[in-house]
Write a protein that binds this ligand. Structure first.
Ligand SMILES: Cc1ncc(C[n+]2csc(CCOP(=O)(O)OP(=O)(O)O)c2C)c(N)n1
Length: 363
């Protein structure tokens, strides 16, 4: 029996269902040709993503990845922003430059993901170090897949986080595959939580399809990190029901394995529990379903009436603006150094590297 209130339980259920409903709608929009490019969904991950993020409080940060719509919704990314992003509208978080979950919102403490696997984790360490240096009691919750744990950046980040005792909780979403590569071909470990031992930090594995178990485990990890004891790994064992992307039929997944996981669907399991506890009555379920439908349709309608990106702005935010950011060395220096660009802002009137280099005969 959980100590969570009926309101919190309904909120968790609503957000898990909203996550799935939005992804179902995104899938449909893709099949209708209204979304171009790749579509990556996370049906089956909802207990992990929603449960982990539900343990945070104001001032905490998340560093989510491509299957973390649930974390976004918990932490404040609006369904409208998500749909504008997928439909690549000019008012999307990336102003129409990207049509996937590479979005963030620093106001809500959501750091946008970096597409290269593992590369977001050193950034998560940077955010956590900032929290520590500013003596905030905030925690950074980052995530990655099983495949990403094989990158150098993953190990460098964990090493740094451990040595510096950073307030970082890393959720490993182990869904059994990195694209088509099963875990037994990726690493010689039973549990990815064991990766923690190499860095002398706690690591725990949990059933990632049981939202209350995820919350309980991540909550302990968050308390540990918030108390100044350093990082923790939580491995959530789950399953990606659809392919890696819409282009992938996932026929490399054995039928028995798929069936085994489908029987453990996180939403159905939680629904059964809530009914048994008398929390989810037929009236509440109908109310939640109507609300989800309204939220999703509002988001799609909003995105569809939003403008396409303005072609004239295509290079905006791509190149650094010209300006006094690249002052290097003295005008007669034979030895211009980039470090001077940081230190000598009041130096000489060079406004670009090329002018400075020209002046010292380096071009
Ligand atoms: C360094 C790097 N290698 C390969 C890719 C291409 N790629 C994107 S997602 C993905 C699979 C990732 O698997 P995993 O980390 O287990 O996460 P999952 O997609 O299963 O959630 C691959 C190979 C990439 N983005 N970055």
């Amino acid at each position: 029996m959980t100590s969570l209130s009926r309101e919190t339980l309904s909120q968790i259920y609503f957000t898990m269902r909203l996550t799935r409903a939005m992804e179902d709608r995104i899938h449909k929009l893709f099949l209708q040709g209204r979304i171009v490019g790749g579509v990556y969904t996370a049906q089956g991950h909802e207990a992990t993503t929603v449960g982990a993020a539900m343990t945070l409080r104001d001032g905490d940060c998340i560093v989510p990845q491509h299957r973390d719509l649930g974390m976004h919704l918990v932490r404040g990314t609006s369904p409208r922003a998500v749909m504008c992003q997928w439909l690549a509208r000019g008012n999307s978080p990336t102003l129409g430059r990207d049509g996937q979950m590479h979005i963030g919102d620093m106001y809500h403490g959501i750091v946008p993901m970096i597409s290269m696997l593992g590369a977001s984790l050193p950034v998560a360490c940077g955010v956590a170090l900032t929290m520590k240096m500013r003596k905030r009691s905030s925690v950074v919750l980052a995530s990655c897949g099983d495949g990403a744990t094989n990158t150098g950046a993953f190990h460098e980040a964990l090493n740094l986080a451990s040595v510096q005792k950073l307030p970082l909780v890393l959720i490993i979403e182990n869904n059994g595959y990195a694209y088509s590569t099963p875990t037994y071909k990726q690493f010689a470990l039973q549990d990815l939580a064991e990766r923690a031992r190499a860095y002398n930090i706690p690591g725990e594995s949990v059933d990632g399809n049981d939202v209350l178990a995820v919350m309980e485990t991540v909550r302990r990890a968050v308390v540990h990190a918030r108390s100044g004891n350093g990082p923790v790994i939580v491995e959530c064992k789950t399953f990606r029901v659809r392919g890696h992307s819409e282009a992938d039929k996932a026929d490399y997944v054995p039928t028995e394995l798929r069936e085994e996981w489908l029987a453990k669907d996180p939403i159905q399991r939680f629904e059964t529990y809530l009914r048994e506890q008398g929390v989810l009555t037929p009236a509440l379920q109908a109310e939640i379903e109507a609300k989800i439908k309204a939220v999703v349709e509002d988001a799609v309608a909003f995105a569809e009436r939003s403008p396409a990106p303005d072609g004239a702005t295509v290079t905006d935010d791509v190149f650094a603006p010209d300006g006094p950011i690249a002052i290097i060395g003295e005008p007669d220096s034979d030895n211009p150094r980039y470090v001077n660009a940081l230190d000598r802002r009041t130096g000489k009137p060079f406004t670009t590297v090329s002018k400075a280099e020209e002046a010292v005969g380096r071009r």
